[in-house]
Design a protein around this ligand. Structure first.
Ligand SMILES: [Zn+2]
Length: 126
């Protein structure tokens, strides 16, 4: 008989901030999702006890995020977010990725490539 305990399982709920925010890192102006990230102790991979709750707002373009208060998070509009962003590390395990996530990651990769190209072009112009 053995037991598997774990930490690091995260669940993410999303609200959406009203209005637009300009990202200090990538300078894109978008509506930012507000995220409640709950970390769980797991027992046989089942989340049992939450041990940390973090509220953040995340740039939907580059993934830059800042901490926010619970009140701020709760003031946001609740909308289902199929494109669950892993806040600290990207999801690379294809088996556990939904079709939506896969498509999203692909689009993000394509987008980032275009942005990088643009930056490169800007440099060349100077
Ligand atoms: Zn950004």
């Amino acid at each position: 008989m053995f037991f598997i305990f774990g930490v690091g399982k995260k669940t993410i709920k999303t609200h959406w901030e009203e209005g637009m925010t300009t990202c200090e890192r990538c300078r894109n102006t978008r509506q930012w999702p507000l995220k409640k990230v709950t970390s769980w102790f797991t027992f046989f991979l089942i989340p049992i006890v939450p041990y940390s709750v973090q509220y953040v707002k995340v740039c939907p373009v580059c993934g830059h995020y800042t901490e926010i208060t619970k009140e701020k998070y709760e003031s946001g509009e609740e909308k289902p977010d199929e494109m669950t962003l892993e806040v600290r590390k990207p999801v690379n395990n294809a088996k556990h990725m939904s079709e939506v996530q896969r498509r999203f990651n692909k689009e993000m990769a394509a987008y980032n490539a275009t942005e990088a190209q643009k930056k490169q072009d800007d440099k060349n112009d100077q």
